[in-house]
Design a protein around this ligand. Structure first.
Ligand SMILES: CC(C)(COP(=O)(O)OP(=O)(O)OC[C@H]1O[C@@H](n2cnc3c(N)ncnc32)[C@H](O)[C@@H]1OP(=O)(O)O)[C@@H](O)C(=O)NCCC(=O)NCCS
Length: 169
């Protein structure tokens, strides 16, 4: 199968935070951000695989910075690594200053998507070839994140998580 680079499937989603999407502190609801990130990641997964893609797991979400009402939020979703049928999608969330236009990193998250056929059965996908230093570093670390996710989901025995164990040795 023809390999692809992360930039071939990148999705950039820019939207504003409206009053119905905030908590009592007038910051964006965590669940609203999760949904926006899921949408962006699913488009990236589909663009990479050209298949139906479903969310298999949300591996990490860091709500480092609150996002105030009225913010312009940009979500960038990129494939960080592919496996046989699954792919890890890395999300970077930015907000931009209204006056200067400067971007500030607000959050990041890591989702896993699986490409499936019309019956919902997993299907093989094209490999991803990282290009930039950041893409290469995210690619390198993705296998241990996959193993951690599978161990936590009860789908892999901790003794089989070799990459993960190597971290502690
Ligand atoms: C995701 C799903 C397709 C996996 O099906 P499955 O029967 O577990 O299939 P497999 O065991 O062959 O796993 C398929 C791939 O997903 C990976 N995977 C499954 N669960 C995972 C998890 N919790 N974390 C990371 N990867 C996971 C497997 O490692 C495998 O990857 P690989 O083929 O690249 O090595 C299935 O559980 C499903 O359809 N879930 C519902 C999805 C959904 O409705 N999402 C929300 C709405 S979009």
């Amino acid at each position: 199968m023809q390999s692809k680079t992360p930039k071939e499937s990148i999705t950039i989603l820019t939207d504003i935070v409206l009053p119905g999407e905030t908590n009592p502190l007038n910051n964006l609801f965590g669940g609203e951000l999760l949904a926006r990130m899921d949408r962006a990641a699913s488009i990236t997964a589909r663009r990479h695989s050209r298949r139906i893609c479903v969310t298999a797991s949300v591996n990490n979400v860091a709500f480092n910075k609150s996002i105030p009402l009225g913010s312009v939020v940009t979500i960038e979703a990129k494939v960080s690594r592919t496996f046989r049928t699954s792919m890890e999608i890395f999300l970077d969330v930015w907000i931009e200053d209204r006056e200067s236009g400067n971007r500030q990193k607000a959050n990041e998250a890591i989702y896993t998507f699986v490409a499936v056929d019309e019956m919902g059965a997993p299907v093989e996908i094209a490999p991803v070839i990282p290009e930039t230093a950041e893409e290469k570093s995210r690619f390198e670390a993705a296998l241990r994140r996959k193993q951690l996710s599978l161990v936590l989901a009860g789908k892999m025995k901790p003794s089989e998580a070799t990459e993960l164990k190597a971290l502690f040795q």
